[in-house]
Design a protein around this ligand. Structure first.
Ligand code: SF4
Length: 332
């Protein structure tokens, strides 16, 4: 095995794959104006994605992957990806998760589960139907709640709720989410609002995790859980329940020291950081489609990218003016 290690000694064992920049929602913290989409001929085929996944898993020590979008379930051939991953899981240690908005999940979840889906993060930014619609642009709260029920019913090993908290928008719902987590023995992840292109991020709507935690603690004692290596979250059990809340402090308190993540965009750009600048991206699509798309050439390109990976992301004020990608083109 020839692991992917950056110049700070961080081994990269986790690949996040965005399979599309398309989405059926238009969340205010993502890309409400729905700016331009990738041209179809730029989108990697499932075979091209699987080629990269196979290479990274079989030769370079990737043991965890997450399928993201846009909304991954809008891709009609999504099951073909999971079929290929299932074949890999038969011979290699590999856990696979998916981040989805849950609106297109129910019909396919039994198949995804039988193909080895291990973890599911479903976005749900409000428990109030009208506010849900105003944040996402879609009246879909019932379908999303149904997706949680189905995932639990199908015993998906790990099911979590992703909640992006925006001050003055849904921060007053933190107590309701803590109660929901306690009542449904669910893990709710409160995510700091992050600056990306087109999402009009500003400090006025930003709420740091410490403030979120103070609000959550008004609902019940939070018992710290052991830190998991490379984890992006601070996890707590809600006292006396099987519910859990977590805080993802990407902006106010970075966790870059333990970063083990690589990202592949739907148009084949390798990103060494969630907030990577265009100069930090590597075009694997052209490499794959050019004459010299050998496994060695791809691996060399990744190693070269990791040589240039920064130690930690810049401060939020800089991020707010340097991000050129919309969130749905990165996959979070
Ligand atoms: S911000 Fe970038 S470097 Fe930091 S943990 Fe996230 S992906 Fe890694």
């Amino acid at each position: 095995m020839n692991p992917f290690i950056d110049s700070f000694g961080r081994q990269h064992t986790y690949l996040r794959v965005s399979v599309t920049d398309a989405c059926n929602m238009r969340c205010t913290y993502c890309d409400p104006s729905r700016t331009g989409r990738f041209a179809n001929d730029r989108i990697l085929s499932m075979e091209e994605i699987l080629r990269i996944v196979r290479l990274f898993v079989t030769r370079h020590g990737i043991t965890k992957m997450r399928v993201t979008g846009g909304e991954p379930m809008v891709r009609k051939d999504i099951l073909a990806l999971f079929q290929g991953i299932a074949e890999l899981k038969a011979s290699y240690p590999l856990s696979v998760g998916m981040t989805t908005n849950g609106t297109l999940l129910s019909d396919h979840l039994p198949s995804l589960r039988s193909l080895g889906l291990d973890a599911l993060n479903i976005s749900i930014d409000s428990l109030d139907r009208d506010r849900f619609r105003s944040i996402t642009g879609m009246d879909a709260l019932p379908q999303v709640l149904e997706a949680f029920r189905l995932a639990k019913g199908l015993e998906v090993p790990t099911v979590k709720a992703n909640v992006v908290i925006m001050r003055g928008v849904n921060d007053h719902e933190i107590p309701a989410f803590v109660r929901y987590a306690a009542e449904h023995s669910l893990a709710v992840r409160f995510i700091e609002y992050m600056p990306f292109a087109q999402n009009t991020w500003d400090t006025g709507r930003f709420l740091d995790y410490r403030s979120m935690k103070r609000i959550a603690e008004a609902e019940g004692a939070l018992i710290p859980m052991a830190y998991q290596p490379h984890s992006v979250s601070k996890d707590y059990r809600i006292a006396g329940t099987n519910g859990m809340v977590s805080f993802i402090s990407s902006v106010s308190e970075h966790f870059c020291g333990g970063c083990n993540r690589l990202r592949l965009t739907a148009d084949g750009r390798l990103r060494t950081c969630l907030f990577a600048l265009p100069s930090m991206e590597t075009d694997l699509r052209t490499l794959l489609r050019s004459g010299d798309g050998s496994n060695e050439a791809v691996a060399d390109a990744v190693r070269n990218a990791l040589r240039n990976k920064w130690e930690k992301h810049p401060d939020p004020e800089i991020l707010a003016v340097t991000q050129s990608n919309v969130m749905r083109a990165i996959g979070g």
